[in-house]
Design a protein around this ligand. Structure first.
Ligand code: SF4
Length: 300
């Protein structure tokens, strides 16, 4: 299958931008579409591209100008990007004529409110972690059958029933042994920056979900409330794949949710002599409960 994964453009609707007109934020911090790179990592045997509209604003126009559409277009979206993705899905369907490519939407908004995408121009919604289930969907479509009963995949039926089945996420959903396709965004690498912290940045996921379940937060919906860690060796592998990029951003919501794994990871970084700046999120109560772990990470 010919697959294009699309990262939607900066929507310009963050609080600093809307409330205070601070548009420079999008220049200070622009990260790579790691979620799409991870999906692509499990799509071996298929032809995959990533179009990052945050780094390449005319990427969609270029794609449409190719004339022949891909078989599948996959979007990711956080909540403030949901309406943009619906609009872009319409452009994809109309732009390629006929039925157009199969359009699939996943990401945070799809996981928190999947019914929002039960609309014309979208064919499937991926709820929660998608690295494994999107692959299953693609394989089913490649075999020319309507995939049924893939946990976390919902067929869109505008006006009809749309009831995602509850499912249990496990470490199998991380497909830990297959790394992200960092190479698919290599041409944009210089544009992925955290200017205030250290310039060029590479993203690495160490875990998904959270140990807590705050009612206002989108994170628990990605894993059904579970906290799932990547293996230490997979994390080290991914840091290594980013080459000489000096700054690594752990994009997990809670990097220290499993203190034992966090300790092992810091020890391994020190043992291997990896010298990078690392940015990660930590809960205040973790800092208070385990200051020795924080001291270890300060060394790492
Ligand atoms: S990531 Fe933070 S806000 Fe979200 S559930 Fe975990 S502790 Fe709560």
């Amino acid at each position: 299958m010919n697959i294009v994964l699309i990262n939607p453009p900066n929507c310009g609707r963050s609080i600093p931008e809307e409330e205070f007109g601070i548009t420079s934020l999008k220049m200070i911090f622009r990260g790579e579409p790691l979620a799409l790179e991870m999906l692509a990592g499990n799509l071996h045997g298929h032809e995959v591209r990533i179009v990052d509209l945050k780094a390449e604003p005319d990427g969609l126009a270029k794609l449409l100008a190719e004339g022949t559409g891909p078989d599948i277009v996959g979007f990711t979206a956080v909540t403030c990007e949901a309406n943009t993705v619906i609009r872009l899905a319409g452009q994809i369907k109309q732009g390629f004529g006929g039925k157009g490519p199969i359009v699939v939407v996943g990401g945070h908004h799809a996981s928190c409110d999947p019914g929002y995408f039960n609309r014309e121009d979208i064919d499937y919604v991926v709820v929660g972690l998608g690295k494994l289930t999107f692959r299953m969907l693609v394989d089913g479509l490649a075999q020319g059958r309507e995939p049924a009963d893939i946990p976390g995949i919902v067929r869109v039926r505008p006006g009809g029933p749309f009831i995602p089945a509850a499912r249990k996420y496990t470490t199998a959903d991380l497909v830990d042994h297959l790394p992200p396709r960092y190479d698919l965004v290599e041409t944009h690498r210089d544009k992925y920056v955290m200017s205030g912290v250290g310039g060029k940045v590479g993203f690495v996921a160490t875990a998904f979900g959270c140990t807590h379940c705050c009612s206002f937060c989108s994170i628990p919906a990605m894993t059904g409330g579970r906290y799932l860690s990547h293996s230490v060796e997979a994390i080290i592998r991914d840091i290594g794949m980013l080459g000489d990029i000096p700054l690594i951003r752990f994009v997990d919501a809670n990097t220290f949710g499993d203190p034992a794994t966090a300790r092992l990871l810091a020890e391994r970084i020190l043992e291997l002599g990896i010298r990078k700046k690392i940015v990660a999120d930590v809960r205040a109560d973790t800092v208070v409960a385990d200051p020795a772990l924080m001291r270890l990470w300060q060394q790492a």
